[in-house]
Design a protein around this ligand. Structure first.
Ligand SMILES: Cc1cc2nc3c(=O)[nH]c(=O)nc-3n(C[C@H](O)[C@H](O)[C@H](O)COP(=O)(O)OP(=O)(O)OC[C@H]3O[C@@H](n4cnc5c(N)ncnc54)[C@H](O)[C@@H]3O)c2cc1C
Length: 445
């Protein structure tokens, strides 16, 4: 039985390990932190007695790699199509507008893709002229050769496609910033075009928004861990890879430091290694030149603000009755409604990273007030979670330099959302990268 060492227990590493054990490899997974999941986890908050996510995660119907993995580990039932309970097979986005107004984008019961086109046609937030230019462009996307867009950013592309400022603000920005976690001026038009094709032009389910029904560790990570253990994978937590030795041909040993045992360990007995750690962590272990790694990743933050409403506020705001909302024209992006617990998500949130939590709370509440008449007294508790390096920024140059799974060293493969999956830094990218790295070993490609 061939032995594989997987370094990193985020979704990329867990997926690689899952595919390897499924194919009867002898796998050992080493994770530096005391928990699995990497950037996807939840934890129990003592003060509110709630298990909360490090950040709300959204999947989409076009996440085919993720949906396949969920089936494989028997966890599909932990997810559901989000939006409108009555119309759960349709794309529904409810928007909160200033001055307590609401509007929505909702696909109809017409056959795909007319259900989406009719959603745009009935989208009340934009003028008829804007609707027509949006629909014309929307149809064109299916046929655009995205390789011609490599020198454009999202904003330049949308303007060149005659999208008005209002359509860009109301319609395109929420998709672009949500999916790429950076401004439309920084994100590459090519990757945006590619994901739009996947979301809107794959099939009738690809644009559905899929949400975890349980906290992240329970919906995703525990089923993955159970799958690994049932298939004899050895998983070690609090064990950080601190150095490795290699020749041109192969990695000969890995040195780890175990926090639990306060000691170094040396791993020599393996045939292959998959590194599934972030690029900034890998850079510390290897010589970039030797590995011909060129990228210079820059990162972008995500801010999650959790608010718990008092009992009276929860009944006062009972008009907030949908599962989630998009904010129209605001630095707030999404509100996920979990009853008296609201999770507000702000993507592209670098400007908040250096600010203290009290000030963030004040500023968020102030902005929220222009949508919902909320005051300090309505909030019984709040928690703020900053994820500084949430995702890498998918600008044109970075995308061209993403390394693939294979390296110059024959027994080392790379995985992680940053490797060349052709996708932005998402769950889907992490899972795809893990599957690809595992298959390089399984099929000896
Ligand atoms: C707040 C937030 C919200 C997000 N929302 C969404 C969303 O809605 N939809 C979506 O698709 N994606 C979303 N993402 C992105 C998604 O979470 C990531 O793309 C994905 O989880 C990356 O997985 P990964 O395995 O590549 O990396 P990671 O999750 O970073 O895993 C890497 C692992 O390697 C470990 N490690 C690092 N160094 C070492 C070492 N030396 N030795 C051993 N182990 C090491 C780390 O501890 C970590 O566990 C979001 C991310 C954040 C932070």
């Amino acid at each position: 039985m061939k032995k594989v060492l997987v370094i990193g227990g985020g979704l990329a590493g867990l997926t690689a390990a899952a595919f390897l054990v499924k194919n009867k490899f002898d796998v050992t997974l080493l994770e530096a932190s005391p928990k699995l999941g990497g950037r996807v986890y939840s934890f129990f908050d003592e003060e509110t007695k709630t298990e909360i996510d490090n950040g709300q995660h959204i999947l989409m119907g076009c996440y085919s790699e993720t949906l396949t993995l969920l089936k494989m580990i028997n966890a599909s039932q932990n997810f559901h199509v989000g939006g409108d309970k009555k119309n759960h097979k349709q794309l529904v986005i409810n928007y909160l507008d200033k001055n307590q107004k609401q509007f929505k984008l909702q696909s109809s019961r017409l056959p795909y893709p007319f259900n989406l086109l009719s959603a745009l046609l009935s989208f009340k937030a934009i003028s008829l002229k804007d609707k027509l230019s949006l629909i014309r462009f929307f149809i064109r996307i299916k046929f655009i050769d995205s390789t011609k867009l490599t020198n454009l950013n999202v904003n330049q592309w949308l303007i060149s496609e005659k999208q008005s400022e209002r359509v860009i603000k109301i319609f395109w920005e929420i998709i672009s910033i949500g999916a790429l976690n950076t401004s439309t001026e920084k994100a590459s038009a090519k990757i945006f075009c590619d994901i739009l094709k996947q979301i809107f032009w794959t099939d009738k389910n690809s644009s559905l928004i899929i949400l975890p029904s349980l906290p992240l560790s329970k919906s995703f990570i525990e089923p993955l861990y159970s799958y690994l253990i049932e298939n004899n994978c050895k998983v070690f937590l609090s064990e950080k890879c601190v150095s490795l030795e290699y020749t041109d041909e192969k990695i000969s040993n890995f040195v780890t430091y175990s926090n639990k045992e306060s000691m170094k360990k040396v791993y020599k007995d393996f045939d292959y290694v998959i590194s599934a750690i972030p690029y900034y962590a890998l850079e510390k272990l290897i010589d970039k030149n030797l590995f011909a790694l060129k990228p210079d990743f820059k990162y972008s933050s995500i801010l999650n603000v959790h608010l718990w409403l008092t009992e009276s506020a929860a009944s006062k705001f009972n008009f907030i009755d949908k599962e989630f909302y998009a904010f129209n024209n605001s630095e707030l992006h999404w509100l996920f409604n979990k009853g008296s617990h609201w999770n507000i998500v702000i993507s592209n949130a670098d400007k908040f990273m250096g600010i203290d939590k009290e000030e963030i709370f004040r500023s968020i509440l102030n902005e929220l007030k222009s949508f919902i008449p909320i005051n300090n007294e309505d909030v019984s508790c709040y928690k703020i979670i900053k994820e500084k390096r949430a995702t890498f920024i998918p600008d044109g140059i970075t995308l061209e330099n993403r390394p693939s799974a294979e390296t110059k060293i024959k027994n080392l493969f790379l995985a992680g959302d940053w490797t060349d999956t052709k996708l932005p830094a998402t769950i889907e990218s992490a899972i795809k990268s893990g599957r690809i790295a595992a298959e390089k070993i399984i099929y000896n490609l």
